[in-house]
Write a protein that binds this ligand. Structure first.
Ligand code: HEM
Length: 223
């Protein structure tokens, strides 16, 4: 059957797209986390960094590329999940953990992916369309995103939501990071187990790093 499909309709192609876009998103997460950690340095450092991003002429092209990467990843994920549900009773993500049975992270990939998607929509909505406070440093007026975050995370419900969402994201990448290599055709007796360890360490870094931000903002007590 698959011999009659166009290359872009084959499930191997879809898995490859998911793997490559997934790894790109892992790279984005690290860069985003590093930038956001400036919250710990202080309002001026964080706002100045965000101002540099917002006023960069490359922002719009970068946002378009990022949106395309997110959309391709989500689109292929939904297509593959539906196709595999129709074709086989055993989910694709579970079967990927060859010889070891499924793990909690692998069997919850669609659910943790959906939570991340909902999180992302609300997160971007809040940042882009939330209240616009401004602040002036060295004569330059800029958006006070630090104040926006401090105000937002003074509400414990939002803190809990962010922490739950980044735990889901952590679970998602703890499986996705190494299985992306399998999807793009890299499987090695020695290196795949090492990638699985790196994936766990990466997932812990992402979860603890992102969760620390709303908790820190909350502990600032709205100041
Ligand atoms: C949990 C703590 C997080 C905080 C405090 C935070 C904060 C921010 C801030 C201040 C911005 C606007 C400035 C900038 O682009 O850096 C932003 C944008 C964005 N964030 Fe986050 N973020 C968090 C987590 C995440 C996560 C986990 C994801 C992905 C799943 C994410 C995805 C994005 C995206 C896609 C943008 C828009 C980028 C753009 O338009 O250039 N964020 N975030």
């Amino acid at each position: 059957m698959s011999g009659h499909l166009k290359p872009c309709q084959s499930s191997i192609f879809k898995k490859q797209v998911m793997g490559i876009t997934g790894l790109m998103l892992c790279g984005f997460l690290i860069v985003h986390l590093l930038g956001n950690l400036l919250i710990f340095v202080g309002a001026e450092a964080f706002n100045t960094y965000a101002h540099m991003l917002i006023t960069n002429p490359l922002l719009i092209p970068a946002e378009i590329v990022l949106a395309l990467i997110f959309l391709s990843h989500i689109f292929m994920a939904i297509k593959l999940t539906i196709e595999n549900k129709k074709a086989r009773p055993v989910p694709y993500y579970s079967r990927q953990v060859s010889g070891r049975g499924s793990t909690f992270a692998s069997s919850t990939m669609p659910a943790t992916g959906m939570i991340t998607l909902v999180f992302l929509i609300l997160h971007i909505w809040h940042i882009k369309f939330g209240p616009v406070y401004t602040v002036t440093y060295s004569g330059v007026e800029m958006r006070d995103l630090y104040l926006l975050l401090i105000e937002y995370f003074s509400n414990p419900i939002y803190v809990i939501w962010y922490v739950v969402a980044v735990i889901a994201l952590g679970l998602h990448v703890s499986h996705g990071f190494w299985s992306a290599f399998q999807s793009i055709g890299f499987h090695h007796k020695t290196y795949t187990p090492k990638l699985q360890i790196i994936a766990k360490a990466y997932a812990i870094l992402i979860t603890v790093g992102f969760a620390s931000l709303p908790i820190y903002c909350y502990l600032q007590g709205g100041n």
